[in-house]
Structure formats: structure tokens, C-alpha cells
Design a binder for this molecule. Sequence first.
Ligand SMILES: Nc1ncnc2c1ncn2[C@@H]1O[C@H](COP(=O)(O)OP(=O)(O)OP(=O)(O)O)[C@@H](O)[C@H]1O
Length: 260
Amino acid sequence: MVYPIKVNNLSWYFGESKVLKNISTSIEENKFTCIIGPNGSGKSTFLRNILKLLEPKKKSIYVYNEDIVKLRYKDLAKKIASVPQNTMVDFDFTVMDIVLMGRSPHLRRFEAESKKDFEIAEKAMKITNIWHLKDRGINRISGGERQRAIIARALAQESDILILDEPISHLDIHHQIDVLNIAKELCDKKNLTVIAVLHDLNFAIQYSDYLILFHEGKIVAEGLPEKVITQENIKHVYNIDVYMMKNPLNGKPHIIPIVR
Ligand SMILES: Nc1ncnc2c1ncn2[C@@H]1O[C@H](COP(=O)(O)OP(=O)(O)OP(=O)(O)O)[C@@H](O)[C@H]1O
């Protein structure tokens, strides 16, 4: 079976410290996979390996069966688009400029964007509801709007896999749901494979088809949310007690932290 991403015994060291410890997992096509786990458990390091921002060893990560080590950055960018944790941009490009940057893996060096590239950028901005902001400076819009602009840039890349690293951490509840709904819709209707790091466990349960739970550089549980989100796993990984109930709206697990 060809997986969008297959990880095989991946380890990563920062100096002497082993931050990822022999990770193996497969990401399924057209599924919404959430990665959860406490601060410092290795989630971003895992994603940065998949995005080749760090240099994984040979035969440890395969993207559609190709060893990532052999993939050129430009070819990887045609397969995987990412929305990083920090979406601040140093220079005040317009929203349109930013979204068009998503087309760069498809252009030759110094080649200008064509009418088709502008059309793809327009479509991406309409999906993410930011078309009306196209001429505004990227740093002169709200955090939620900027997040949607960066997602539009990722969509303009026309890749099959979308990686979102804590996409909702700075957003209010309305915009959190907005961004997650966009990602879910891309997964369900545009056949994208979505991988998102989320800290909100109830959102992770609600939106994901598959959950991966990290703890101290290892995957300690993965599978359907019902399997991963258990009182024992939460206690083991986050060291908190939770009350578990069934979400009355969808029957999925819902957790309430017990605070004393
Ligand atoms: N550039 C770096 N140099 C040295 N150590 C690093 C570096 N980046 C991360 N680490 C360490 O690696 C470990 C894993 O960090 P990572 O950012 O992958 O965790 P995370 O699960 O994404 O955390 P968070 O939820 O806080 O974003 C942490 O102990 C962190 O301090």
C-alpha cells in the first residue's frame, strides 16, 4: 500500500539529546490526522523532519513511496504544503503576493506567474474567505485572517498533503472552528491528506479520523480517537485526571479536566 507518508524508525538528536526515539507510523490518504502530546514531546521536530527542514536519515521517511532524502525541495513542495506555527511575515507583502508564493514550486527560476497561477491563487483565497483582503498588507490584517492567508498560500501550492502546526493557537473560538472547518472540508471534499498538531484535545477528537499521541519523543498511542483518548493515556502523558463523557452531539469521547 502506498501511504502519503510512511515513517520508519525515525530518530532525531539535538546534540546529545534524543528528541525522537525510533518513531514508526503511516499517514493514510485523505484522512485528517491529528498529532497531540505535551509541550516538548517532539511533535514539531517530527513535522520538521517530514518537511525536510531537518535532515532525516535515509530510509526513515517516505513520501508516496519515495525516500524523502532523495526528493528535491521543489518536488517535496509539490507534494506537501505546510502552515507553520508562526505566521508573522517580516516584510509587508500584500495578501495576494503571499498566496502567489505558493505557486513558486511550479515555476521555473525567475519565471513570472501566469494567468493560471493567478486563477489558482484566487480560488485558494475564495475557499479561505480572504479574497476581499487580497490588496491588504499581510501584517495589517488580524491574526485569524493572516492564518487563513497562509492556508491559502498552502492551497495554491496544489499539494496533496497539508501540514498544520498548531494552526489555531492564537485564534478566538470562532476563528478556531473556521480554520478547522476549512481543513476538514479540504480533506473531505478536495481529497487532501491533512496532518495537524493540536493542543485542544476535544477539537482533536472532534475533527480527526486518526490520532497520534506523542510523549517524550515516542508515539505512545495511535488510532481512532476513542482508542487513544482514555483516562489512562491522558494521565500517563499529561499527568492530569479527566472526566470522560460521550459528546451528546456526535457520540465521540469528550474530556473534562478535573480541577481541584
Ligand atoms: N533547535 C533546537 N535545538 C535544541 N533542542 C531543541 C530544538 N528544537 C527543539 N528542541 C527540543 O526538542 C524537544 C522537542 O521539541 P518540539 O518542539 O519538537 O516539541 P513539541 O512537542 O512540538 O512542543 P510544543 O508543543 O511546545 O510546540 C524539546 O525538548 C525541545 O526543547
